[in-house]
Design a protein around this ligand. Structure first.
Ligand SMILES: Nc1ncnc2c1ncn2[C@@H]1O[C@H](COP(=O)(O)OP(=O)(O)O)[C@@H](O)[C@H]1O
Ligand SMILES: N[C@@H](CCC(=O)OP(=O)(O)O)C(=O)O
Length: 381
């Protein structure tokens, strides 16, 4: 399928309450190469883009680079690839970065939160779920999370190092509909156009094939950009697999999202299916089953009509499991009803068997989810 809708249609088509967009902003755009200072006027135009998207019904997540570049300038550190220098620079520069976002978004009455993630926070199930819950809550509260890699504690072997892939993981974790990578270039070309004047612009990528991967090269070194197209294509693979579309577009202009919406070009990477469909595919295909919930006839009926599984319908649990593990849901006669992600670990689940949702807080001592397995986390064959 090629992109037949206009950019404006695409924005309009996905925006229902709760739809999400992730914006990735690279260091090369944020920092003036001449002065090494933050480009505040441009960042103000990004804040206007955020307002624009929120008015269209989107929740917005920003993934922003820039901490290392800003910190280097403040500390007067010479350019070097030494990890400890980058980590020290990030510790200093992140304060500058977050302060700028707070002040610029704050001027438009948009609350922001700083979220620093490590590779492990996005890859280890427990930490992934914690990070996801926090970001979801921030979005529900109307806050714009401004996310960066926690470079200060990341070790060389287990870090993203580039925010393109981090942004794609965040987009996938938060089930975003679309990820925008704002770059110093308007999209993917058949080769690096800074080196090859015959390079062709690629408007749409349906699937990231080896041929597409071969087009991607490193950046021409301008001092701040890190990954070039290689990490952007890797990001496209992550986003697409979780049903998230991705756009690479030129971020050097003011309010680049509105510019794209009004027709500025970009490369459109088609996500496969919706984020929810991708999650359900993953749940349904998982063989890593941690335990089972045995449910009564009323719950079987509810699940068959597309409802969530409530603790009241559970008669027994089997296995030791944690929140976020995949469980099988089985009827009393042994029929497999489906599988899904549990909202409670076995220690809590055992206490909730047969209880009504309004009793959960009193039993556990805290307000938890009403459902044992939410319908969006449940696959029934
Ligand atoms: N096939 C390609 N198409 C477009 N740009 C490419 C390609 N291969 C390499 N590049 C380089 O990637 C750069 C963008 O990446 P980068 O500088 O890392 O940006 P950012 O700071 O936005 O992450 C382009 O300016 C270009 O030099
Ligand atoms: N976490 C690093 C960002 C590294 C990075 O991806 O930079 P970029 O290629 O400019 O998006 C920082 O804040 O400096």
């Amino acid at each position: 399928m090629t992109k037949i809708l206009s950019n404006a249609d695409l924005i309009a088509r996905h925006s229902t309450t709760g739809s999400r967009i992730t914006l990735k902003i690279g260091s090369a755009l944020l920092i003036d190469p001449e002065t090494g200072q933050l480009r505040k006027a441009w960042l103000k135009s990004i804040a206007r883009d955020v307002v624009f998207l929120r008015q269209k019904g989107y929740q917005v997540i920003i993934v922003s680079s820039g901490a290392i570049g800003l910190g280097r300038k403040i500390l007067n550190l010479p350019p070097s690839r030494k990890l400890e220098d980058s980590q020290a620079a990030a510790a200093v520069g992140q304060i500058e970065l977050a302060t700028a976002y707070r002040s610029i978004l704050g001027d438009l009455d948009i609350p922001m939160a700083q979220v620093l993630l490590t590779y492990g926070d996005t890859e280890e199930r427990r930490r992934y779920l914690n990070a996801r819950t926090t970001i979801n809550r921030l979005l529900e509260l109307g806050v714009v999370p401004v996310i960066n890699e926690n470079d200060t504690v990341a070790t060389d072997e287990v870090r993203y190092g580039d925010n393109d892939r981090l942004a794609a993981r965040v987009a996938s974790m938060c089930e975003a509909d679309c990820l925008f990578l704002l770059s110093d270039i308007d999209g993917l070309y058949s080769a690096n156009p800074h080196k090859d004047p015959a390079a062709r612009f690629i408007a749409t990528v349906e699937t990231v094939t080896p041929e597409i991967e071969a087009m991607a090269g490193a950046p021409i070194s301008t001092g701040f950009g890190t990954g070039g197209m290689v990490t952007k294509i890797a990001a496209a693979k992550i986003a697409s697999a979780s049903g998230c579309h991705m756009v690479i577009t030129n971020g050097t202009v003011e309010a680049p999202i509105q510019a794209w919406h009004d027709g500025a070009r970009g490369t459109w990477f088609q996500g496969s299916g919706s984020p929810l469909a991708a999650k359900k595919k993953w749940i349904g295909a998982s063989l890593d089953i941690a335990g089972s919930l045995i449910i009564d006839a009323g719950a079987v009926k509810a699940l068959h009509s597309g409802k969530s599984l409530l603790p009241a319908g559970i008669v027994r649990i089997e296995g030791q499991f944690e929140r976020g593990d995949i469980l099988q849901v089985i009827a009393i006669d042994g029929t497999l009803i489906g599988q899904g992600l549990t909202a409670y670990g076995s220690h809590e689940a055992i206490k909730l068997i047969g209880h009504r949702s309004h009793e959960i807080e009193q039993i556990l001592g805290y307000t938890g989810r009403n459902e044992m397995i939410h319908r969006n986390d449940l696959v029934t064959p």
